[in-house]
Design a protein around this ligand. Sequence first.
Ligand code: UDX
Length: 424
Amino acid sequence: MKITIIGTGYVGLPTGAGLASLGHDVTCVDCVKDTIETLKAGKVTLYEKGLEELLTSGMTSGHLHFTCSIEKEVVRGAQVIIIAVGTPENLRTGEADLSYLFAAVEQVAKKLEGPAVVAIKSTVPVGTGDEVERFIRKTNPRVQAEIISLPEFLREGYAVHDFFHPKRIVVGTQSEKVRSLIREMYAPLSPAPKMLFVSRRSSELIKYASNAFLAMKIHYINEMADLCEAAGANIHEVSRGMGADTRIGSAFLQPGPGYGGSCFPKDTKALLHMARKHGINLSLVRSTILGNEERRKLMAIKILKSVEDIQRPRIAIWGLAFKEGTDDCRESPAIGIIQYIITHSAATVVAYDPKAMQNAHKLLGDSIKYASNKEAAAQGADMLVILTGWDDFISPDLKKLKMIMNTSRIMDLRFTMSLTGSSF
Ligand code: UDX
């Protein structure tokens, strides 16, 4: 099958490389020239486990191609055109910014000649499919495009794994013909994934409803962690006990410094905005958003409180990415916490992350120091804070730390969730 994917970010690239490995003829398009040049040279533009190997094999087999602009030949003959561009948060209103999406759709509408399925993989508010349909009709009335919703549930850090083992594939279309085309597109996946065919609007909403629910679950366990700390209970035992009930489930009950990333923070806000437009009050989603934002400040205050006896404390941070397995620092709790610390105290921050140093530097610049490894970050520090759950940070060597740190205190906000900054 000939497939075109527009957008080579954390969703588009693993999807494109994955579909090529299923034997489809895939062309990935991105308007950023540097990105395409790098990809053409066989190098990855973002860190994702297994992606580089997948790219190399796709290019070697001749199934995977890259190009900079949506030219006629890119869409000619394509049976499916997948749009996977970003829909970032509009910082003023909280709604999803659809400008990249419509810019891509406009190009497709202008260049498309034959019939094609345009699958919207970008996370878009309910009703966007209808808008895109109207827009295409207006831009080029001759075009026969079937607009469907094909939301993405890949997790960063596990995107390649999730592509090959999806929990479900949601397809929003009423057309039987299109349903079988999408079935055919994923047919080589083994075991066969669960396919869920729903209306386009339901499909658009499934993505937001899922992400907001998971965000709520995290916020709930974080509130329980605070209660456990105050009441002398152990949050991990509580979480295990809750998760053992299959109606609750154990996933997403890991307490921490709050959720981050390119999806949960933006999608919860966009959902709230969307609901407001429809006159619906999503009180749980609203308090999740507020609680999660507040949590960064709360964690930063706890850190500062643990070193309040030191005049100019040196704080070592392990982890800058929003979670383990990725170099992505978008909406990372670590970044928010560090920003609070450096603006509200005289502390010096020295940070280390195995993959996210470059991206963190783009956000924090030279306001903190960067160490070349975890020991170098801890050297001479008064306190060590673990903010990303990289495997390498599990069970730190306390003996070694005691030798190299100035005053040995640790606050682990990922694995043990010890909030108080205990000395060791
Ligand atoms: C999420 C969804 O899981 C995915 O289906 C969707 O396509 C995109 O958004 P992602 O943002 O990659 O994926 O990360 P995820 O693993 O879901 O974690 C999101 C945030 O929640 C991270 O900051 C993570 O550290 C945090 N988290 C997750 C917790 O704090 N506790 C948990 O138990 C799980």
